[in-house]
Design a binder for this molecule. Structure first.
Ligand SMILES: [Zn+2]
Length: 105
């Protein structure tokens, strides 16, 4: 469950933002004062759609590469992709699946 959240939270949030911006563009279109902002809201809607597609593609490509053993920063416990972070004790890798942290040395 946590793995699915880590994989799809960002794309789903970006998609929901795109849908919300789409509704906002429709609302702005009918308002005489805000009709000037419709173009920018539509660009933001398109940008959020692109962000959603790019993030889900990136995450699934990382999982596919890890599944085939080609990912550079695989988890040493379960073999899934990791994210490099910088914490209080220096840089480390945090696994997407099991949450294991491994120091980057
Ligand atoms: Zn792991």
């Amino acid at each position: 469950m946590r793995f699915a959240l880590r994989l799809f939270a960002m794309p789903v949030l970006a998609m929901l933002a795109a849908v919300a911006l789409g509704f906002l563009a429709v609302r702005f279109d009918s308002s005489p004062r805000l009709v000037g902002l419709v173009t920018y809201v539509r660009y933001a809607c398109g940008a959020m759609s692109v962000v959603s597609i790019c993030t889900v593609t990136y995450n699934l490509v990382r999982v596919w590469r890890a599944y085939n053993g080609e990912d550079e920063d695989q988890c040493t416990t379960c073999g899934m992709p990791t994210t490099r972070k910088v914490g209080r004790y220096g840089p480390y890798f945090s696994c997407w699946n099991c949450g294991t942290n491994r120091a980057d040395r």
